[in-house]
Design a protein around this ligand. Structure first.
Ligand code: FAD
Length: 367
């Protein structure tokens, strides 16, 4: 066998669909389990705008990889294979169902060994619970450790470590935040969503935040979790509109005057110690306190963890990986997809990376 691909996920299946001579090994009883449920069952495959700045990782490494296979190349590949996508959310491309992509892979990738646990890699040998398999090239596409329920395991990192690779610390990302006691009021608002601007590091995300019984989540928070390491994040619950604008010279009580869910405003007022009264009775000091709605700062206690995280940030250090996604320590071993230290924001960037990295390995493997 020329190539053995470890894992029948997004990156492994794409690579296998391009190569003539490959065997895919997968421990699930079907291929692409994550693809199936991704994007709410419609798989958000890519984005109209893909830039290294949408990723956490080495931007030069990501830029070079994208130069060989970017979002336009992926869209062209989809078109060529008659796989229709639609812009269901602004700039984000989805299938009518993830099954469109899965069925394509099922047809195209025939040489797959399912129900087979990868245990180790030694030189050019893959050791599994069903025996050993030899190949010229071994491509590690076993993903991250998020969502174990879908088959995730740490085997890719173990293989890399054994070869002497550095693993950038693994953390859950695209995940909700648990909160400290000062923010326990979030939990009382479980189910309420507020269109906000969330600031973290030097990033700003304009989207919904969703209060939950565990803390806070929703797309803006999921994105923030990719960039958050420790310390505070800031939320503007009015998404850039100044609170004064809604209150100056107004008649009604605060909770009906602000364009936000009433239950949210009432809880927020309790937190800042202001009564829900007619705007004209607000004292200057109370008015000042209300401005916090534009810049509420809090330090998350942590995250909802790997089991709820859409991706794993960190991974195999790309300083030790060449332009073909090949290990600089072992020229017959390749790493593609999420196992690498490249993690995208929400919006199709992670599938784009899975395909981009696989294509860069293909450039070498197809020679
Ligand atoms: C709920 C959810 C929704 C998502 N939605 C989107 C989205 O809409 N758009 C987007 O861009 N990204 C999305 N993502 C992220 C995206 O799915 C991943 O980034 C992407 O699948 C990574 O591709 P990969 O090939 O590196 O790994 P994976 O697709 O995770 O594939 C790894 C494969 O390796 C197999 N494997 C692991 N260990 C072993 C072992 N020891 N033996 C045998 N097989 C093994 C796994 O079973 C799996 O099939 C979502 C993730 C989740 C969890």
């Amino acid at each position: 066998m020329k190539n053995i691909i470890l894992g029948a996920g997004a990156s492994g299946l794409f690579l296998a669909s391009l190569l003539d001579d490959s065997l895919v090994i997968e421990h699930n009883n079907e291929i692409g389990k994550k693809i199936k449920i991704s994007g709410g069952g419609k798989c958000n495959i890519t984005n109209k705008f893909v830039n290294p700045s949408n990723y956490k990782g080495d931007h030069d490494f990501i830029k070079r990889a994208l130069q060989n296979f970017n979002n336009q190349d992926l869209l062209k590949w989809l078109k060529k294979n008659n796989l229709k996508v639609q812009e269901l959310k602004p700039n984000q491309y989805f299938f009518s169902s993830s099954k469109v992509l899965l069925n394509f892979f099922k047809k195209k990738v025939k040489n797959v060994l399912l129900n087979t646990e990868i245990l180790d890699v030694e030189e050019n040998k893959v050791i599994t619970n069903k025996g050993e398999f030899k190949a010229k090239n071994i491509i590690v596409s076993t993903g991250g450790i998020s969502f174990k329920s879908l088959g995730a395991s740490g085997i890719g990192y173990e293989i890399a470590k054994k070869m002497g690779h550095n693993i950038i610390s693994l953390k859950p990302a695209l995940v909700g935040f648990t909160v400290q006691k000062e923010e326990f009021w979030f939990k009382k608002l479980s189910g309420i969503s507020v269109f906000s601007e969330v600031y973290v590091e030097n990033k700003k995300f304009r989207d919904n935040v969703l209060f939950s019984h565990r803390g806070i989540t929703g797309p803006a928070i999921l994105n923030a979790s990719l960039w958050w390491a420790r310390g505070k994040i800031k939320v503007d619950f009015l998404a850039g509109r100044k609170v004064d604008k809604f209150l100056k010279n107004k008649e009604r009580i605060i909770s009906t005057q602000l364009p936000l869910p009433k239950r949210f405003v009432k809880e927020f007022l309790k937190v800042i110690g202001v009564d829900d009264k007619k705007v004209k009775f607000l004292r200057k000091s109370e008015f000042e306190k209300l401005k916090k709605i534009n810049c509420y700062e809090f330090a998350p206690a942590g995250t909802f963890g790997f089991e709820k995280a859409e991706v794993t940030k960190g991974g195999v250090d790309t300083n030790e990986i060449d332009e073909f996604m090949r290990s600089k320590f072992n020229k017959n071993i390749f790493f593609i997809g999420e196992v690498l230290n490249v993690t995208g924001e929400l919006g199709g960037y992670n599938f784009q990376w899975a395909f981009t990295s696989a294509f860069n390995a293909f450039r070498f493997l197809s020679r």
